[in-house]
Write a protein that binds this ligand. Structure first.
Ligand code: SAM
Ligand code: ZN
Length: 278
């Protein structure tokens, strides 16, 4: 008999409850009816599509449902395949046999979902946007999807082997708390030419610089390896529409001119460790 998406997700969370903690009182969880209850008595039900909402704040994001849907199409067209292959090979180089992998700021989940099958440990996707997590849970059964704030992760101390942080904000203090000693952070930062064809066609566009992100990263991460991924992908009408819709850059500005023939993907992939003596 096929079990429902919600039941499957309940079982997956229930089998990995030691990885989570209550976002209100930081106590651990026990299974309770259709969800989980912490030792402090706070109760969280699993949504029907199989995600857990562990975020207490209000939803106010520049990222909405249509943006996440467009981003999912861009993943489906293979635009990020080289990046996914690079991240997978970095994780493979890690010694843990069944790594616990957290995608902090996972959006609609496509990146993390593509690691399923390559690694046998638990996959956890956390994003502050309910729209993003809802779409992730509706699309992919592979991971435990949570609405949560990376500035106050609903995860236990020292429980993850790998933290992915792809084109999303970081909180290195929280990363250090939830990462096991010896664990790795894979941080992906846009390079100056990332999506340049979109920027060039934007009304009032400015040059993009990643200097600020890089200096914070260098201050907080012990960089073990870094690699620049620079490639072009062919663009057709359908992909161009999805690309324009997937980025908040275009939210209040019109994109003008003809679509380009190719799109530039320029990313810096950094593998880092956190210094636990600090
Ligand atoms: C550019 S998107 C990248 C999403 C995904 N990593 C990807 O590559 O498709 C940035 C993501 O960071 C999330 N985000 C921003 N602030 C956050 C926070 N404080 N906690 C968790 N997620 C956050 C946004 O909701 C959004 O999904
Ligand atoms: Zn609690």
């Amino acid at each position: 008999m096929q079990i429902s998406k919600k039941e499957e997700a309940l079982r997956r969370f229930a089998g990995n409850l030691e990885l989570f903690r209550c976002p209100i009182c930081q106590e651990s969880f026990r299974r309770h009816e259709e969800g989980f209850r912490c030792l402090g008595g706070h109760h969280f039900d699993l949504a029907r599509s199989g995600y857990l909402n562990l975020y207490m704040g209000s939803q106010s994001s520049i990222y909405d449902r249509s943006l996440f849907a467009a981003r999912q199409q861009v993943f489906m067209r293979g635009v990020y395949d080289p990046l996914i292959a690079e991240a997978a090979s970095l994780i493979q180089s890690q010694s843990a046999a069944h790594p616990v992998i957290l995608d902090a700021g996972c959006g609609e989940g496509s990146f993390l979902a593509r690691l399923q099958g390559r690694f046998s440990g638990p996959l956890i996707g956390v994003d502050i946007s309910k729209d993003g997590i809802r779409l992730a849970a509706a699309s992919y059964r592979s991971a435990m999807w949570c609405v949560g704030d990376l500035a106050s992760l609903p995860l236990a101390d020292s429980c993850t082997d790998v933290i992915l942080n792809v084109l999303s904000p970081a909180n290195y203090g929280e990363f250090q708390r939830v990462l096991k000693p010896g664990g790795m952070v894979i941080k992906v930062v846009p390079g100056p030419a990332y999506l340049q064809e979109i920027r060039e066609r934007l009304q009032g566009s400015e040059d993009y610089s990643n200097d600020e992100v890089l200096s914070l990263l260098e201050e907080r991460l012990e960089i073990v390896q870094q690699k620049s991924l620079y490639y072009r992908v062919p663009v057709d009408q359908g992909l161009w529409k999805a690309l324009v819709e997937m980025t908040p850059l275009t939210q209040h500005r019109r994109v003008e001119g003809l679509p380009p023939k190719t799109l530039t993907v320029d990313l810096l992939v950094v593998k880092g460790m956190l210094d636990f003596s600090r």
